[in-house]
Design a protein around this ligand. Structure first.
Ligand code: PMP
Length: 415
């Protein structure tokens, strides 16, 4: 059974909130849009869209290069987002926040810059059965160059990490553990603080893939005690092409740069180059400036609503959707962990996931179907694909009820 919410939804005015998201008012195939694919990417509030628009209309210039007014304003706006992000995750220092294009780039940065120089044959990297490909493939790529191998911590049939097994697998040849905070398929919330304590006791650094956690859980990297935390902006109401790697300063100081180019150097000579301090050492070239200005606006928006109120509302929606979906004959939920984010993967007996998703789309309902970039997890459950409903605080009970009614109708057509 899913755990009860920890806080009350308070007086969250959902209709007013929905009005902040222009796209939610759109119709799809002549029907009002019901957007239940938030784990894929979230919709953007007008304040984020306006921040990007304003940047290009009024400020546009490159960062950290020009002394003119626009360059100065662009740099201030861009760096202000770093301050906001550092506060958002309670980072000890803004200099530990590296801007990336998303979680994928953040994990690859750790793979190539931290792991590659340290790994050798016989070493292992510990992951879990529920990882997204972004937290599997980079380790395989550096493993192929070094001879290091992956080790996989198992999960239960209900989709929970078997923590005792994870701890047993933390043996001396493990050079890094890499774990998702929240599964993008199962919704499972992993006990990252506990895992980090066990890793620390053994001197093993822990990377956390926070892509699906950041929209739903208050992230505090100090309290979590991990070494690396990766997240994506576009699932957090920010523009696409934005993300972050947080890492402990000692790691960042020891890591060579991943990309070389402008903006990441202290001095360049043909004989050799010295590098800027973090974060700039890892941010070669012109970044997604407008996107990060939008990211700052997204964080402002979240704080204006209140993160805890958003999370409480999402938990309430999760309970409502889970109960309603269980009433559908032949529907099987994949992922029944006690601690869950509002992500529900499911299958219906005799119905192909893509067929159901296509028919739901004709009703204006957006759900995801497929392997969710988690082939090994699909293999564990013995399925090729699932459907997935993922909720945001702007979803409503009425939308969930309409989705359940549509599944009931469509199921009869397909079964
Ligand atoms: N990890 C998880 C758990 C994810 O859900 C995703 C996005 N689906 C990623 C990593 C990759 O994020 P991005 O595509 O933004 O780099």
């Amino acid at each position: 059974m899913i755990a009860a919410p920890v806080a009350s939804a308070g007086a969250l005015d959902v209709e007013r909130i929905r009005a902040d998201f222009p796209l939610l008012a759109r119709r799809v195939h002549g029907k009002p849009l019901i957007y239940l694919d938030n784990a894929n990417t979230s919709q953007k509030p007008a304040s984020v869209i306006e921040a990007v628009d304003h940047f290009y209309r009024r400020t546009n210039a490159n960062v950290a290069r020009a002394v003119h007014a626009l360059g100065d304003e662009a740099t201030s706006a861009f760096e202000a987002s770093r301050d906001k992000l550092a506060r958002f995750i309670n980072a000890p220092s803004r200099d530990e926040v590296i801007f990336t294009s998303g979680t994928t780039q953040a994990i690859n940065l750790v793979a190539y810059s931290y792991a590659l120089p340290r790994l050798q044959a016989g070493d292992t990297i510990l992951v879990t059965q529920m990882e997204h490909h972004a937290n599997i493939v980079p380790w395989q790529l550096v493993g192929a160059r070094t001879g290091a191998k992956l080790k996989v911590a198992p999960i239960t049939e209900s989709g929970e990490l078997i923590v005792e097994r994870f701890i047993e697998l933390l043996t001396p040849e493990v050079k890094l553990a890499a774990v998702t905070h929240v599964s993008n398929v199962l919704g499972t919330i992993n006990p990252v603080a506990q895992l980090a304590r066990e890793c620390r006791k053994r001197g093993i650094p822990l990377l956390v893939d926070g892509s699906q956690a950041a929209p739903h859980l208050r992230i505090d990297v100090r309290a979590l005690g991990c070494d690396f935390y990766a997240l994506t902006g576009h699932k957090l109401f920010a523009p696409t092409g934005t993300g972050m790697l947080w890492a402990r300063r000692a790691h960042l100081d020891a890591m060579p740069p991943f990309f070389g180019g402008g903006e990441m150097i202290r001095e360049v000579r043909f004989e050799g180059t010295t590098f800027a301090d973090p974060p700039h050492k890892f941010e070669a070239g012109t970044p997604n400036i407008a996107g990060f200005v939008g990211f700052g606006a997204a964080l402002d928006y979240i704080e204006s609503i209140g993160f805890e109120r958003m999370a409480a509302r999402e938990h309430e929606l999760l309970l409502h959707a889970t109960t309603a979906m269980r009433s559908i004959p032949g529907l099987r939920i994949i992922g029944e962990a006690r601690d869950k984010a509002p992500v529900i993967a499911f299958l219906i007996d005799g119905v192909h996931a893509h067929d159901l998703a296509t028919l739901l789309d004709h009703e204006g309902i957006a759900v995801r179907s497929g392997h969710h970039c988690a082939h090994p997890l699909m293999q564990f459950f013995g399925v090729a694909a699932t459907l997935r409903v993922s909720l945001a605080f702007y979803n409503t009970h009425a939308e969930i009820d309409a989705f359940v009614a549509a599944v009931q109708r469509v199921r009869k057509l397909l079964a």
